[in-house]
Design a protein around this ligand. Structure first.
Ligand code: DQA
Length: 140
């Protein structure tokens, strides 16, 4: 099973950024732990602060990965283009968020991605990514 994690803007700042919301762990440290925990799964990771790069990465992932785990971060709430990119590929995408976006500002309650996602996992901290992997590993 080949899975790609795509993280959007400001998620490169995890560990330093608003730790009361996002925790103190860097994504790189967490990703190393994930690779250890899911040794039989080929996990890849891409992060960008640039909307077009996230869109291009989704296109590249089409048919080359079995699944994508996407945290669009702020672009989740603003980007028709990112939503269209999710819709345009046949590889299933699970949308994840670290924080419970519904318990935060109203503008975070809407996602341009959810409609096209296989499912959405919100608010379990970095464990949201574990849960998405678990779902991809489940036999349907
Ligand atoms: C986030 C939630 C978004 O509202 C925010 O813009 C982020 C991170 C999360 O993982 O909780 O950057 O996607």
């Amino acid at each position: 099973m080949k899975l790609l994690i795509i993280n959007g803007p400001n998620l490169n700042m995890l560990g330093k950024r608003e730790p009361e919301i996002y925790g103190t762990q860097t994504f790189e440290d967490y990703f190393t732990k994930l690779q250890f925990a899911y040794k039989d799964t080929e996990l890849s990771y891409f992060q960008s602060n640039i909307e077009g790069e996230l869109i291009s990465k989704l296109h590249e992932a089409n048919d080359t990965f079995d699944g994508v785990i996407l945290n669009g971060a702020a672009y989740t709430h603003t980007s028709v283009g990112l939503g269209d990119a999710v819709a345009s590929i046949s590889t299933p995408v699970i949308e994840v968020h670290i924080s419970n976006t519904f318990a935060r500002e109203e503008f975070r309650h809407h996602s341009y991605l959810s409609k096209y996602a296989k499912g959405v996992i919100i608010g379990f901290g970095l464990r949201s990514y574990d849960l998405a992997i678990e779902n991809f590993l489940m036999k349907d």
